[in-house]
Design a protein around this ligand. Structure first.
Ligand code: FMN
Length: 218
């Protein structure tokens, strides 16, 4: 089982979110091969809305480290998004990655994968908003979201045992192909929505239209 841990804190070794995420990783078990990526180490620009990735799947004229990262996401069975709460949202570094992955949304490229989140904040409040947002992102990309662990920055260590248990559950979700019924409905809804949009834009989004056609989704 291949797991990609994306850590969005710029504080790397001093990051409480990464510290908590490492407990989740401990819980995954021996079958998990884990690769960790710190966004701080990468150069990732903003999406320019040029739509090149829709015209030819995955093509992007912004030459930076996002290309490798998106390939790593596609190669993983499970993705752990470790994000400090920045004004009740993910940090801009992670949002930039999500924006640059809009082809994943159009073509449901994360179908069959599982995402989860690790969130910390100074106050320990409103972290659920970030979990909700990342569940939405997972579902519109076709993936299921196993939930996450949250902690107040001052109390990360107190959540260690919960994080280990959560890691074990995330691992089980992946190996047993767990289905979350409400999320399956959300994924189907997103499929219907994008079938419509990709169909309407077929003359421009040729690559994505072909992708849907090849799979018999249209
Ligand atoms: C730009 C910025 C915005 C933040 N916004 C919030 C916030 O809205 N609510 C909150 O409780 N903490 C907020 N914090 C505090 C961080 O979420 C908190 O310190 C977090 O645990 C840092 O994680 P890290 O150690 O992994 O970097 C903010 C911190 C920064 C730098």
């Amino acid at each position: 089982m291949d797991i990609l841990l994306i850590s969005a804190s710029p504080r790397k070794a001093r990051s409480g979110t990464w510290a908590l995420a490492k407990h989740v990783v401990r819980g995954l078990g021996p079958q998990a091969r884990v690769e960790t990526v710190h966004l701080r180490d990468l150069k990732i620009g903003f999406c320019t809305h040029c739509e090149a990735c829709h015209v030819a799947c995955m093509r992007c004229p912004v030459k930076d480290d996002v290309h490798d990262l998106l390939e790593k996401i596609l190669a993983a069975d499970g993705i752990i998004l470790a994000a400090p709460n920045y004004i009740n949202q993910v940090p801009a570094a992670l949002k930039a990655v999500l924006d640059r992955s809009s082809h994943f949304i159009h073509c449901k490229r994360l179908s069959g994968k599982y995402l989860c989140a690790v969130v910390t904040s100074g106050s320990g409040t409103k972290d659920g908003l970030i979990l909700d947002y990342l569940r939405h992102y997972a579902n519109i990309c076709g993936a299921q979201f196993s939930g996450g662990v949250t902690a107040c920055a001052r109390a990360v260590q107190k959540k260690a045992a919960e994080a280990v248990r959560f890691g074990a559950r995330f691992s089980r979700d992946i190996s047993q192909r767990r289905r979350y019924p409400a999320q399956i409905r959300a994924i189907r809804g997103a499929m219907a929505h994008f079938a419509n949009i990709v169909g309407m834009r077929k003359d421009h989004w040729r690559g994505e239209y072909a992708y849907w056609k090849e799979r018999g989704w249209l």
